[in-house]
Design a protein around this ligand. Structure first.
Ligand SMILES: Cc1cc2nc3c(=O)[nH]c(=O)nc-3n(C[C@H](O)[C@H](O)[C@H](O)COP(=O)(O)O)c2cc1C
Length: 188
């Protein structure tokens, strides 16, 4: 695997999941091996500040996030993350926040031996119901800053889709094409 998708929406085939899927499809077209982590279908417990990672250089919570840690360790270049979330009550989903907190394991070991491999690039996918295309720039900026400041990855693209309130789910074709193109770039 070299491009890993993380969907923070509980709806695997919702707006966020579809766009993450498009990025991964583009990456696969360009030859990348991809894997999608559907947080809504996984058991990922919140960090309990047990300091286990400080002692062992790995997160000691034995749940489905171990699959993610394993995929990170095995990822070959070009390495990429596609991190997506819907906006829930003005911020990232609870599912994504729990996953973010679990990056803490890498943060601690950074003091001695930082485990997150170098060279990851990241694409962010954020969708929400409100119409204003800049309403949640503060969330997207926060997420990008966090991913970069913690030296997880360099954020190379952002896909922000407002106005997702209407059902059934229908995504603008130009946004889906752009997502594929971004995926192709991520894989090269
Ligand atoms: C619990 C909940 C809270 C939400 N809060 C907001 C919000 O604060 N602002 C907003 O614009 N949309 C909000 N929405 C709408 C979602 O962000 C939007 O429908 C999103 O695109 C859903 O993504 P998905 O289709 O990938 O699940 C909320 C939806 C839910 C279920």
């Amino acid at each position: 695997m070299n491009i890993l998708g993380i969907n923070g929406s509980p709806r695997p085939a919702g707006h966020t999941g579809t766009l993450i899927g498009d990025v991964l499809a583009g990456a696969a077209e360009a030859g990348a091996a991809t894997e999608l982590f559907q947080l809504g279908r996984m058991t990922v417990s919140p960090c309990i500040d047990c300091d286990g990672c400080r002692a062992t250089a790995r997160c000691v919570l034995e749940d489905d996030n171990q699959r993610f840690y394993g995929a990170v360790a095995e990822a070959r270049a070009p390495r990429g993350l596609v991190i997506g979330t819907p906006i829930y009550l003005d911020h990232v989903s609870a599912q994504l926040k729990v996953w973010i907190d679990r990056l803490h394991a890498y943060n601690y070991t950074k003091l001695g031996n930082f485990m997150f491999p170098d060279g990851f690039r990241a694409v962010l996918v954020v969708t929400y119901g409100a119409a204003d295309p800049h309403l949640y720039d503060f969330v997207v900026d926060w997420l990008a800053g966090l991913i970069e400041d913690r030296k997880v990855a360099r954020v190379v693209d952002r896909i922000v889709l407002p106005g997702t309130q209407r059902l059934p789910i229908s995504l603008p074709e130009d946004v889906r094409q752009r997502a594929r193109q971004i995926g192709r770039r991520l894989a090269t």
